[in-house]
Design a protein around this ligand. Structure first.
Ligand code: ZN
Length: 188
């Protein structure tokens, strides 16, 4: 049992319940990075974890089943999770074959323990429909607008007042490429 471990006080999680502690920072960062498949693979790893050991070893078939991610994408997703510092993978020899062991790391639950790479995705990004820049969450403000039917909240670019939309998948890939090549300074 991990030191300092406490049973949940949530009355829905009493005796007989079965649950895991889903790491919110990790899932948020992966979503911000457009890595939905890696997020689902992490979810399927978490489903096999408990409070006694950080190491899980579901087969690739089982990971595929619980994440609905295809074989090739599982390999890719595992690499993403390693790069973000969310898991550590070890190859264990069993007879003539190898199986993977996955250690789910502390950083998954702690924003301030993110590595350099994962830190880039602490904040969601959007793009400004007016000036075309891509903008971090601290670069926009939320404004309430209302018409006769309803009041809505929209995101507005601090610099130019343009409306912010979510990045498309394609824009996200371009941004990631720029960040990885060092063309764009990191926000932290
Ligand atoms: Zn703008």
């Amino acid at each position: 049992m991990v030191e300092g471990f406490q049973r949940s006080k949530d009355p829905r999680l009493g005796p007989g319940s079965l649950w895991v502690s889903t790491p919110i920072p990790a899932h948020r960062a992966l979503t911000n990075a457009g890595q939905g498949k890696a997020s689902r693979v992490l979810f399927s790893l978490m489903l096999h974890s408990n409070d006694r050991s950080p190491v899980v070893f579901p087969s690739r078939d089982v990971i595929g089943k619980f994440s609905d991610v295809g074989k090739d994408s599982i390999t890719e997703s595992i690499k993403v999770l390693e790069k973000f510092g969310f898991i550590k993978v070890r190859k264990i020899k069993t007879g003539r074959t190898y199986r993977n062991e996955y250690e789910i790391l502390r950083a998954c639950w702690h924003w301030n323990e993110f590595n350099r790479y994962a830190s880039r995705y602490k904040m969601p990004k959007g793009h400004c429909t007016k000036c075309g820049c891509w903008v971090y969450a601290n670069g926009w403000v939320i404004e309430g607008r209302s018409d006769r039917l309803a009041s809505i909240r929209i995101r507005v670019h601090r610099n130019c007042g343009g409306r912010i939309k979510d990045l498309t998948k394609k824009q996200m890939l371009i941004v990631r490429k720029m960040e990885e090549s060092g063309e764009v300074p990191m926000p932290y």
